[in-house]
Design a protein around this ligand. Sequence first.
Ligand code: PRX
Length: 658
Amino acid sequence: MSDSKTLDNLSNETRAFAPSKEFRDQAVANSASYEAAQADRLGYWADQARQVLTWDTDFTETLDWSQAPVAKWFVGGKLNAAYNALDRHVENGLGDRVAIYFEGEPGDTRTYTYAQLTEEVKKAANAFESLGVAKGDRVAVYLPMIPEAVITMLACARIGAIHSVVFGGFSADALRSRIDDADAKLVVTADGTWRRGKPSALKAAVDGALAAPGHTVENVLVVKRNAEPVEFGPLDKWWHDVVDAASTEHTAVAHDSEHPLFVLYTSGTTGKPKGIVHTTGGFLTQGAVTHRDTFDLHPETDVYWCTADIGWITGHSYVTYAPLINGATQLMYEGTPDTPHQGRWWELVEKYGVSILYTAPTAIRTFMKWGREIPDGYDLSSLRVLGSVGEPINPEAWMWYRDVIGTNNGKNGERKENPTPIVDTWWQTETGAHMIAPLPGVTHTKPGSAQVAVPGISIDVVDEAGESVGNGEGGFLVIREPWPSMLRGIWGDVERYKETYWSRFENMYFAGDGAKKDDDGDLWLLGRVDDVMNVSGHRLSTTEIESSLVAHPYVAEAAVVGAKDETTGEAVVAFVILQTEPAEGEDVVATLRNHVGKDIGPIAKPKHVLVVPELPKTRSGKIMRRLLKDVAEGREVGDATTLSDSTVMSQIAQSMGK
Ligand code: PRX
């Protein structure tokens, strides 16, 4: 994505939309937030931490950076995350407010008020404790988008256990490696879920993950979701047997501000996923503040819907934690956008009166493809803020989001006079919360740009030497100052944390993204500059997929690139050299795609597998992915003079019939 073509395309984008007076007048955050943070950054965060959270013991120091780059925020403070998300709202008389409207893919619904959700979490906390889970223990969570996912995460937080959620689209092997890395004691899963109108199994993958001995799991708790037959072994227990029978009395004890809240694995540039560690006080503060300000949250009246799965950081920060900390009402939907029809999301917006929608560019591009007549057939007048996350949003998708979704004022075709603001939010698993995003009541938003650091965050774009670039120039995105919701490390590997994020530039966090400052100094994200791909907003490592491919007996060598894709942003394209002739009639491409699907998960399956005679390498043996990307994107191949064998690219072209 960070090629000069993209830069040029974006340079032509000059539109900017001011917030309407009507929106500005009611906005939660105004320019005073920037001023306060500018005047006293740490003071700003300390005030915010006390505003959005209830502390059992107040903190004595806002930031301890003496062990940099490992930060301690709100030092000496003690609090309980689940108490902050639940009990205190009930104590404050908000027990009857809806916390979660759940809609299953088949159309079944459940509603949890804050009082009811508090009770469920207390029961789950008691149940987990009865299974021997204690403070500091790790709990692996392999669940679909059902309320039990949120209940499980909050029950862990309540007792100080550390959850490690593994996305349901990951394979048994991927689940096992995450269970092993964190030494999980309990696994919480479901029999299955619903995908595209059909039951899809989950428990079978847990069985597969735990089949080989040598793991640390003592119990597997299974939520009954779709009544598919499951095999029960000695570790397995039904959620409804254990949790439903548990007491609704449970007192939340306060944990240290720096007590780990969760581990979440994400792909990096090496083959092994990293367990990103987040702690309590800072993570909750920045999540809640940005959720309130970026989305202009009015918790008494808004209905908020974040479409992200709980298996990703967006589901952690902006489904489980921030909305509940802020006392918001949210919608949770289990299934796919096209089941049973392509208007399902818009039907849900209309049905629940969703006012804030937070989704990914890949979804928006899919809706564009399906055609505007689908959303036009629903009443979307309740929407007042539209968010985007996960990958750069192209100006066309941004404008479509605004024009089609943001001006819909009812089924009669009427359009809103003031389109709903669009907030493009840049952040990462590692940053824990929004870092770059407009404030919808302040910023003049530009299609395709996340624009400005959120108040209290210090972002810059630097060149190779770490010098700040000027307006109109591009370079590497860095974060100059520690921030409350920053990762505290990589599980079990402090050195890798320092090496990955803090060694490229001195005293700066290197995000791995390319970015550009426009003439106003606004930021435009240009995609990853490392070997990380972004497919439908999901982070995948080229190295991890390459390792999987070469582990197959047919494959001698493999190189993987992310090629530009109209819908998914990037698509995985694999180039492989075979060492064994496949069996006669065997579709080797299908075999290898399925192999990766089984090894890592369906999301990692290459879209294309190209069998080639050679791979382009430099004299030192490094694969020149840039050239393969040219091939994969159907472009003229760029400068190949540093290749050790200058004929390789023509051999590849020949093998592809060009
Ligand atoms: O490349 C950036 C891209 O997603 C990466 C982080 O991925 P992950 O940790 O999975 O978190 C995704 C959800 C926060 C970043 O390094 N990215 C995320 N949001 C944006 C983005 N790229 C451009 N614009 C965004 N708004």
